[in-house]
Design a protein around this ligand. Sequence first.
Ligand SMILES: Cc1ncc(COP(=O)(O)O)c(C=O)c1O
Length: 365
Amino acid sequence: MFELNTILRPHILSLTPYSSARDEYTGKEGIFLDANENAFGSTLDGSIVENVTSEEQYNRYPDPHQLAIKAKLAPIKGVRPTQIFIGNGSDEPIDLLVRATCTPGRDSILILPPTYGMYEVSAAINDIQLIKIPLTPDFQVDVPAVLSAIEPHTKLLFVCSPNNPTGNLIDPDDIKTLLNRFNGLVVVDEAYIDFADTQSFTSLLDQYPNLVVLQTFSKAWGLAALRSGMCFASEQLIEVLNKIKPPYNVSGPTQQLLLKALGNVPSKDTMVARILAQREELIANLLNLPLVRHVYPSDANFILVKFDDPKAVFDFLIDQQIIVRDRHRVKLCEGCLRITVGTESENEQLLTMLKAFANRLTTTV
Ligand SMILES: Cc1ncc(COP(=O)(O)O)c(C=O)c1O
């Protein structure tokens, strides 16, 4: 039976968190002389204090727990507000999870490369050992290898699904096996879930106390500049993340814009539909290009494409000011570039340039 307290670092368990002014007085009305803010306004207000609406007010600290956002997000995601942590990107909860559970120089996290790079970087920053069990050649989890690689001091296991940079969903039954067999936290990173035809693991939160699900506002919601990510987990774990986060980790303007975005779910759905249509068109067109050796199936908003000469294609595209991600040196992604699905016209320009590159090759041979 999983017991969160056994995997938390002892000093985190007994930590007294910082209590901010907005934690100690949560009322909205009054004369606020408790947080050492600038009562006269902000340099963005045009110095007219009286006429500034609360939405434009930058001189006051924001809600440290983003309660309005959680109230709006919870029914959209089918979870309780208390099961949500909002971070400065989903990169923030990745780091907080490592710091809450792993003792530097002793504990380890397990990752499944090729995968998102920040798990490894977060481990390195925190001096945490890294256990790497490569995905199988069809980019699935080698479950027996993972289970036998887990050590007594392994605290976290990161599963990215759909996986970056391969683009595919990980078999949900394999993730359930890991949840059942691993006595640490299984962190399912669903940054690209909106582009996949599948159910989120958030529906299993009450079933698995060791499940953590990460999602982000940076992809389907189109809000990468806001730096906002979501972490869904047991109430007990969310309380721990709240204890160790910086007090006001999500800025006021970000909170206002997130609230606005959450009131506009159809806009997100429309963009996702357009991206999916473009993804399928791009895949079909890439498959027709002789210089493309393989197009991997995608459940995300990007496509992993294998080329005969990826470096030459990459350099040629850069010369045309089309920037894709070079993954050809990554193990299991040899020969590959990762291409984000763009707008209709961006994808057209990409294909035109790839054809131009192919023509150049045939004329120079
Ligand atoms: C798999 C995965 N997880 C997390 C992130 C980080 O997202 P955020 O912008 O929320 O920090 C990314 C960003 O590319 C990603 O690919």
